[in-house]
Every structure is written in C-alpha cells, then in structure tokens.
Design a protein around this ligand. Structure first.
Ligand SMILES: CC(C)(COP(=O)(O)OP(=O)(O)OC[C@H]1O[C@@H](n2cnc3c(N)ncnc32)[C@H](O)[C@@H]1OP(=O)(O)O)[C@@H](O)C(=O)NCCC(=O)NCCS
Length: 473
C-alpha cells in the first residue's frame, strides 16, 4: 500500500486525530476509509442524509443564536470577520493555517494516497477527503481518477461559449497592463473604466457571434454603426423589425443590474476584489448567471412552458395548468420564473414586459399562457407553505417575448441576460476601484467548530450543537 508509509505511523496519526476531535470538531467524523467501496457517489448517498439531519438540528435548536455584530467597518471592509457562510470542507485558522476536513497539510501528505512511495498526495484523494470527510484508499483514488478521465470530454452550452469569448477579450485589458507597470491605487479606476466601457461595447458582438455560429450556420452579421446599442445587438443577431429593436432596448435595460448580492453581481464584485480585471471578473459573473436558480431560469421558463403545451395542448384549462404545476412541484423541481431571494411581490421587470406584450402581442398564445400562469402559480406556491415569494420574477416573461419575434432558441436566452448584466456589473466595478474597496473575505466555519476566532474580534464557539459566544482576549 503506497500511502501507508508505515502502519505504526498511521495508528499514531489516527490516535492523534481522535485527540484532535475534541479540539477541532471537523475531524470528529473523519475516518480512514475501508477499501471495499470504490464508488464515491454511493459514499455520498450514505453521508448526505446524516449531515442533512445535523444541519436541520443545528437550525432548529440554534437558529436564533447570534454569532456577532455587523459593524460599518465590516461592511466597508469586504465582510472581514463577519461569519456569514457555512463551509464544510475546510477551516482556516489564522495561526495554524488550513485544515482540510480537519487535516493539516502535513497530515494530508502523510495520509492521502500518493502516485509513488513517499510522493505527494494525489489531488483525487483530496477531492475524496473534501467530499466525504474520509481518507480514501489507493484503490478508491484510482477509481476516482478513472471516473474523472471518463468525464473529460468537453461539450459547450451557448453560455459557456459566451463566457469563453469574454475571457478571450481579456488580452486587451488596460487594467492588467497598468497594474504590471505599477499604477498607483488612487488611479485604479481609470483603466477599470477603459476596460469596462470596451467590454460593455464588445459583449453584444461576442454574444451575437455565438448565436450566429451555433444556430445560423456561422453567418455572422457585422455591426451597424448607425444603430443604438440595443437595436444594433438585435441587428447582429439577425432581427431587424422595429418591435424587436424596441424589445432588445427594454430587455437590456431591465436586466442590467439588481443590487450587489445576487449571484452574478456578487461573483463579479468578489472576483474583482482580488484586482482581477473587468474581463476576468465579468466572465466569472457569467458563470454564476448560468445557474438555473439565477439567469438560466429564463431558459428553463420557456422550456417548461413548451413542455406544458406539448403535454396538454394549446387550449389548456386552468385546472390542467394547476395540475401541471403540482406535478412539477411533486417531482421535486421548482416552478421556474417564480419566487425571489429578496422581492416579496411581482417583479416590476415582469410587469413592464407584460405591458410590452399587452401593447405589441396580446394575441400570442404563449403570452396568454404566461398570463394564465400569473393567476394559477402564486396560489399553488402559497399553498405549498414554504415559498416566501409566490409571485413571478423577470424570467417568467422574457422568453415568450423573444419567442414571438423569432428568437426561439431558449438555450441562448441567458446569453442575452449576460450582455445586459455587463452594464450593471462593470459600472459597480469602476466604483469598487474608485472607492478603494478591499479584498472581500467573509469568515466561514464548518457545522462542528470549536475555538473559532478572528483577529481579536468577538468570537463564538460551538462544539457539536452546543454554542457559546465569548470574547477573544
Ligand atoms: C429565486 C429562488 C432561487 C429564491 O430562493 P430562496 O430565496 O431560497 O426562496 P425561498 O426563501 O422562498 O425558498 C423557500 C423554499 O421555497 C422553495 N421555492 C422557492 N421558490 C420556488 C419555486 N418557484 N418553485 C418551487 N419551490 C420554490 C425553495 O426551493 C425553498 O424550498 P426548500 O426549503 O425545500 O429548500 C427561488 O424562488 C427559485 O428557485 N425560483 C425558481 C427559479 C427562478 O425563477 N430563478 C430566477 C430568480 S430571478
């Protein structure tokens, strides 16, 4: 066994880990894995319900326990010392450094399987450790390496191509060039401004290229300098009706910004806080936007609406629609386009698209279905009992408008959202640099943690489920 440097070293370490468990909760459930089960997925299937139970208990028994005060300094200071995240896989001690599932780096080097005797740990072994909290055998790591190899073929969604295109623009970053030359902090905002405006100007070109490349036989349409931003974008996509130009203007305007905490904006802000230039930061934001609970919901809505029509036909009754909504919920899925992390009433971005539809396409059958959903879904979600906002959001409406004017490829919709988001995210990035906002770095803790402290600030301690707050000397 390559990774067992010696049995006695291992048992010594094991007993050390048991001792450690009283000091650092996250190693409490760490075990040396038996070699019998090579399948990571089945290991997780076993572990997940156990941990879900722990989380539920933690929430119900200690949900109201305060973990500290939020000060203005913390908000202005990139969330320093603000415990705001649950992060199971590792814990960083300011003095001791990182522990992966409770194991320090030297311990990982001793315990994790290596490619050769006394060699460095295989990263696949660390992945296993992070996911399961257990040290894998060499056989388990080999099986995981094989699985990773079998998954390595690369497919590409339009959003992936778009994010890749934005990354390719990064070579021209003025900020990066200026930083390399040693630009002073007080001037950061200027090259950030240059990059941001260029990026905002160029994303419609990249996005329409992706569209034409995938769906229109690579026949790219050059920009038309006589048109405005939204009109030109519609033109490069291949849509030249005045209504579609109007729609694109409205679309780009309403999707541009939604304060800082949503996934794409927060990601862009977070990545930029490391002084990554606007291209790198915005490409990262796009990858957050591509998630189905965020920007990809616009794709999901149209596909879902079309699945309703496929199953129930065009003249669907209110009762049939209600049943379909329940069927979606009962199969463990969300109803896309409804609910919101912050809003507690109908999204005004939904309302202005509805007004657009009432003005330009009141007879469109999919618009009429969307209107019917506005009546049917909120009472059902309210009846479900746990949804904080049963009302429709921006994504519930956008697809049917685009579909009406011939932009029917739902898998492309989030790219349009992305073009618009460049405006909001890049505007804030300029301000981030102008205000000298710092590296963002909130504190994270695992469910089991003891002795958590941060730079002499008020700390808390929880051992298992016993939580006490105390002051750090
Ligand atoms: C947007 C969204 C992610 C907000 O999530 P959130 O802030 O956690 O929302 P809530 O606090 O209301 O969630 C409470 C519960 O209701 C569920 N819920 C919320 N919206 C729901 C919906 N549209 N359909 C079904 N269930 C929903 C949540 O999944 C959660 O269930 P859980 O406790 O079993 O995990 C959520 O409403 C959602 O998934 N909507 C559908 C996707 C969508 O339209 N996204 C675009 C948003 S602009």
């Amino acid at each position: 066994m390559v990774f067992f440097r010696s049995f006695s070293a291992l048992s010594k370490l094991r007993s050390h880990l048991v001792q450690q468990s009283s000091l650092n909760g996250s190693v409490r459930w760490l075990q040396i894995q038996s070699s019998s089960d090579l399948d990571l997925h089945s290991q997780l299937k076993e572990l997940i319900p156990e941990q879900q139970e722990r989380l539920k208990k933690l929430k119900s028994e200690h949900g109201k326990v305060q973990l500290g005060n939020i000060t203005v300094d913390m908000v202005l200071g990139g969330m320093r010392g603000m415990t705001g995240l649950l992060w199971e896989t590792s814990l960083l001690d300011p003095e001791e450094g990182i522990r992966f599932r409770g194991l320090s780096i030297p311990e990982c080097q001793k315990l994790l399987p290596a490619a050769k005797p006394d060699g460095e740990p295989l990263p696949e072994g660390l992945l296993w450790l992070l996911l399961t909290g257990k040290v894998p055998t060499k056989e388990q790591v080999d099986a995981l390496s094989k699985e990773l190899r079998s998954r390595a073929a690369v497919p590409a969604h339009p959003m992936t191509q778009f994010a890749t295109g934005v990354m390719a623009l990064q070579v021209q970053s003025e900020f990066q060039k200026a930083y390399e030359k040693g630009i002073s902090k007080s001037k950061y905002w200027e090259p950030t401004y240059e990059d941001s405006l260029s990026l905002i100007a160029q994303v419609p070109v990249v996005a329409s290229y992706v569209y034409r490349r995938i769906y229109k036989n690579r026949q790219v349409i050059p920009k038309n300098d006589s048109l405005d931003y939204g009109g030109n974008f519609a033109h490069m996509l291949g849509f030249d009706s005045p209504e579609m130009h109007e729609l694109m203007r409205l679309y780009v305007t309403i999707h541009s910004d939604h304060e800082g905490g949503n996934v794409s904006a927060h990601t862009g802000h977070l990545v930029a806080s490391a002084l990554s230039d606007p291209y790198l930061s915005f490409a990262a934001a796009l990858n957050g936007l591509a998630g189905p609970l965020h920007g990809l919901a616009n794709q999901e809505v149209l596909l879902w609406i079309k699945s309703v029509v496929n199953e129930c036909g065009k003249n669907i009754t209110t009762e049939q629609l209600k049943d379909y909504v329940w069927k979606t919920l009962n199969s463990g899925k969300v109803v896309p386009g409804f609910g919101h992390g912050v809003l507690r009433k109908t999204d005004p971005r939904y309302m202005c698209q509805r007004e657009f539809a009432l003005k330009h396409l009141p007879e469109d059958p999919l618009f009429q279905l969307v209107s019917k959903l506005y009546e049917v879904v909120p009472p059902v979600l309210t009846e479900l009992g746990k949804v904080k906002n049963p009302w429709p959001n921006v994504d519930a409406h956008s697809g049917v408008l685009l579909n009406h004017y011939g932009l029917t490829e739902a898998r492309y919709y989030t790219v349009l959202f992305g073009v618009s988001r460049a405006i909001g995210i890049c505007s804030q990035l300029i301000w981030d640099r102008a205000l000298g906002l710092p590296l963002e770095r909130p504190k994270s803790v695992p469910m089991e943690c003891s002795g958590c402290h941060w730079r002499g600030q008020r700390v808390f301690q929880w051992n298992g489920l016993k939580i006490t707050a105390r002051n750090q000397p």
